[in-house]
Design a protein around this ligand. Sequence first.
Ligand SMILES: C[S@@+](CC[C@H](N)C(=O)[O-])C[C@H]1O[C@@H](n2cnc3c(N)ncnc32)[C@H](O)[C@@H]1O
Length: 266
Amino acid sequence: MSQDNIVDTSRPSAGRMYDYYLGGNHNFEVDRQAADQVLKLLPFAAKFVRLQRWALQDIAVELTEKRGYKVIVDFASGLPTNDHIHHKVSKDTTVVYSDYDPIVVEYTHEILNNTTNAYFFHSDARKPDELLNRPEMQKILDNRQKVAFVYWGVSAFLADEDISHLARVLYDWAAPGSCLAFNAQGAEVPDNPAVEQVMKIYEQMGSKVTLRSLERYRELLQPWQPDANGFISLLEWHGFDQSVLAKEDAQAFGPLGGGYGAYLVK
Ligand SMILES: C[S@@+](CC[C@H](N)C(=O)[O-])C[C@H]1O[C@@H](n2cnc3c(N)ncnc32)[C@H](O)[C@@H]1O
C-alpha cells in the first residue's frame, strides 16, 4: 500500500505531531510546521509529551509486575516504538495496540514485525466494542476478560459522550478485577491565551481539543472508580524526577503539564 493512498499529507495530523515532539521521524513537513507553532506558544510542550509517554512505561510495569495482568489492551496507542508498553513487559503478557491514524497503521506493522506477544489493530478508540468483538481479538483473548485497558494521551481529543460511552462499554465487557489506566489530559488548566491558541491550531486541523475538570472526568468515567491513590498529577507520578525540569518548566508544568493519571478499577 503506498503512503499516498492512505495518508493525507496536505494537513497536519495530531498523531504525527506527537511523534515529532517525541523526536521521531514518522512525520511530514506539514506536521513539523504546525508542531513548531505549538512549541512557540508552549515551549515546554515537548517535555510534557515525553513525560506523558514515559508514564506509559511505568504503567506497563505497574500493571504486569505489580498488579499481575497478563493482557493489556491499549487504545489510541500511537506508534509502538521502543518506549512503548510491549518493551517493558515479559513475553507472556499479551499487548494489543490500536489506533485510527493510517500512518500509525502503516508503520506499526513494520515496527512490530516479528514481535510475538504484541498485536495491532486499526480501530477507533471511541468504539472499543468494535475492537473487543473482532473475531481476531476473541482468538487472542481466548476468553480472558480480566484485563487492563489503557487510554493514555488521548482524552483531550475525545468528546464527553465518547468518554462516557467507552467507560460504560469497557465496564460492561470486563470481568471484575479489571483495570483502566486513564490519563485525564488538560485537567484543571487555568485560563491561558497560549493554550487557547494551541487549541485553535488543533481544531483547524480537525482535532478538537476539550479541556475538562477532574470532577467532570470522574463523572464521565463512571461506573469505573479510581483506586485508593485517586488521580495523580503526572508531575507526581511515581518515579518521575522533577529535578530534570528547569525552574520555568516546573512552574509552567504545574498547572498545564500532562494532566492526571489514575488506575480505575472494576
Ligand atoms: C498524543 S498521541 C498518544 C499516543 C500514546 N497513547 C501515548 O500516550 O504516548 C494520540 C494518539 O491518539 C490517536 N487517536 C486520537 N483519536 C483517536 C480515536 N478516536 N481512535 C483511535 N486513535 C485515536 C492518534 O492517532 C494518536 O496516535
